[in-house]
Design a protein around this ligand. Structure first.
Ligand code: SF4
Length: 150
């Protein structure tokens, strides 16, 4: 049975920057969780950041907080963790939380902290995709299911 890397917050961990839960309740996701095939990871917590933590956004290759602190190093460390886990567990794909500067796979906030989004990827999602791991978000569970062999 193949495993799937998933965002820890979708899995049910209290990992988000604002400390608010955002579990994925899609029936397929819950079935896979019961089967033990989901591998949770929170790149930001694995990178050494706390819960809660200041919100951060991507500005090109850097990740910055609204106060201007450069937190890129922690995000890179977390992204490397996510990729390592994906390789060790030979996951078939990843299902990551949309919009996050780590986990977003289609859209991210534009770095202005005004709520505007742009096309782009979070750092962990980018590392995974560059390594050949298909990345989906929580609205694409059915698409991800097509990659499973059982
Ligand atoms: S980094 Fe990813 S897993 Fe962690 S809280 Fe943000 S979206 Fe969820």
């Amino acid at each position: 049975m193949r495993s799937i890397l998933v965002s820890g917050c979708l899995y049910g961990w209290n990992a988000r920057y604002d400390g608010q839960p955002r579990p994925c309740l899609h029936p397929l996701f819950l079935k896979w969780k019961t089967q033990g095939r989901l591998i949770p990871v929170c790149p930001e917590v694995y990178g050494g950041l706390s819960v809660p933590r200041p919100p951060a956004q991507r500005r090109g290759d850097r990740i910055v907080t609204q106060a201007g602190a450069d937190v890129t190093e922690a995000y890179e460390k977390g992204a490397r963790w996510a990729l390592r886990l994906a390789k060790e567990r030979q996951v078939v794909c990843a299902i990551l939380k949309q919009g996050s500067p780590s986990c977003g796979s289609a859209e991210i906030y534009d770095g202005s902290f005004t709520g505007r989004k742009i096309s782009g990827m979070g750092l962990a999602a980018e590392y995974l995709q560059q390594a050949g791991v298909p990345v989906f978000d929580e609205t694409q569970i059915v698409l991800a299911a097509r990659l499973l062999d059982d």
